[in-house]
Design a protein around this ligand. Structure first.
Ligand code: SF4
Length: 475
């Protein structure tokens, strides 16, 4: 039977051997690293900015009840509607029912990880809606029928040639004919724009996420670099924003810090190109905007995480993706290997809370614990320590405990006796030598097989370090 852990190991092995993907990821992250470095240098004191962000999020999460109610009150006062969704199922049902009741056929979506988390698009497609992702990267991965591979750069695993071939196959009618360069980026972008423009003008509903929910003004803040969120919220007659409850910020002026910090950590920009505040449906005299504006506030396991004093700072995350870019494991295997909505270090911390520790404990081990993720996080989530906490919790959990305890007891017993240690070393060396002598080296019996798959195996020494030490007369 396949499990998420087995799948992770299998896909990670495939992806790490896929040199074209690794090259594409490395190129994207190298470019990001250079921009983020100069972005951070633009701050008078980047460390102070990180600390301030951390403190603001701490305040928001420690008074979440107060700030969420304040947000709801202010938004409703301007005609917006708020739905509190305890589970992913509640959120999906609210949006699908609303779309059905209003006779919606076409939906344009702006990039939103939380809608990926609740699998909203498949639920809408199942009831016959046509759903278009309008962020370019998301549009590309939607055409490929695959999930985003990164929080900020959904198609980072693809080369422009991959994208050109995809567009040739799926968007042939929208490509300019006679172009000299088959994979010319401006031509590809123009083709996507032509295809999406039709969707924008036929959509009855626009769906977005929200980077922030601002309590004291009752508005959602959305950040993009393409402006697709503005078209997607201004043209359709219904706008639905889905947001995790942890996205709340207490004050309007907090955006003055969070917008540039998010842009710097996310892409290395001083500020993203489009920062939009939406506080309600269209009012009398306004020439655009939706007739209805709904905000779905999603819990889906977040209050359980909030109750965990040790790890609740994981809810500070602003989904900038910096920890993914810094992680040597993510850089090697890419986002799809994780098999989860949130990948990289923050995904490995969050997923066991959102989907269950038993099935997703393996993600805590997909880390070298180098701490690079923690050091780049703009809101100071203590990521690598949380991975350790998850490992500890996994060991304590009922299923793992018996086997691991037995293994570690045996290991301790062996290590505590010099003779036992020497005997175990001798047996191990003899066993591996015998396997290779009878031609079973590298097979399922070989304990060194995973290691030797990608490296030359040095010959097994006849004598141990201890034996050599004794022979050479050292004390
Ligand atoms: S944990 Fe920190 S670095 Fe990682 S995505 Fe969230 S905010 Fe960014």
């Amino acid at each position: 039977m396949t499990t998420p852990a087995r799948e992770f190991l299998q896909v990670a092995a495939e992806k790490s051997a896929n040199l074209s993907q690794r090259k594409a990821i490395r190129r994207a992250i190298d470019h990001y690293d250079a921009s983020a470095r100069s972005g951070r240098a633009r701050f008078a004191d980047w460390e102070a900015a990180r600390q301030r962000c951390h403190d603001i999020k701490w305040e928001a999460l420690n008074h979440l009840d107060k700030y969420l109610l304040e947000f709801e009150r202010n938004l409703k006062a301007r005609g917006g509607q708020v739905f509190w969704a305890e589970t992913a199922e509640d959120a999906r049902r609210y949006v699908t029912d609303l779309a059905t009741r209003r006779g919606v056929r076409t939906i344009v979506k702006s990039k939103s990880m939380v809608t990926e988390e609740i699998h909203l698009t498949p639920a809408l497609e199942k009831i016959g809606m046509r759903v278009f992702e309008t962020d370019l990267g998301e549009f590309i991965v939607q055409l490929r029928n695959e999930p985003p591979s990164h929080l900020v750069m959904p198609a980072m695993h693809l080369t422009r040639t991959d994208i050109a071939k995809l567009f040739e196959e799926k968007l042939g009618d929208f490509l300019a004919r006679g172009s000299a360069d088959f994979d010319d980026p401006p031509q590809l972008v123009a083709a996507a724009r032509r295809a999406l423009r039709r969707a924008f003008f036929s959509a009855e509903m626009g769906i977005t996420g929200a980077n922030f929910l601002v309590a004291d003004c009752g508005m959602i803040a959305i950040t993009t670099n393409e402006g697709n969120d503005r078209l997607g919220t201004a043209i359709p007659r219904i706008h639905v924003a889905v947001a995790g409850i942890e996205k709340v910020l207490p004050h309007f002026q907090d955006l003055a810090l969070f917008w540039p910090v998010l842009a710097t950590a996310g892409t290395g920009q001083a500020i993203s190109v489009y920062n939009t505040l939406i506080g309600g449906p269209r009012t009398a005299g306004e020439i655009d905007g939706p007739e209805e504006f709904h905000v779905v506030l999603l819990d889906n396991g977040r209050t359980d995480l909030l109750a965990d004093a040790e790890q609740r700072d994981a809810l500070h995350c602003i989904r900038c993706g910096a920890c993914l870019n810094a992680c040597p494991v993510f850089r090697t295997v890419g986002g799809h290997a994780y098999g989860t909505t949130y990948s990289g270090p923050i995904g490995s911390v969050l997923t066991p809370h959102l989907r269950g520790l038993n099935e997703y404990q393996h993600l805590s081990y997909a880390s070298s614990l180098c701490g690079a993720c923690t050091s780049v996080c703009p809101v100071k989530v203590d990521l690598h320590h949380h991975l350790l906490h998850n490992r500890r919790n996994a060991v304590r959990s009922a299923d793992r405990a018996r086997l691991e305890r037995l293994g570690f007891k045996m290991w301790r017993w062996t290590m505590m006796g010099p003779r036992r240690f020497a005997a175990a070393g001798w047996l191990g060396r003899a066993f591996v030598r015998a396997l290779y002598a009878i031609g079973l080296g590298g097979t399922a019996f070989d304990p060194l097989r995973p290691w030797a798959q990608y490296r030359a195996l040095p010959s097994m020494p006849r004598k141990s370090f201890r034996a050599l030490w004794r022979e050479r007369g050292a004390d």
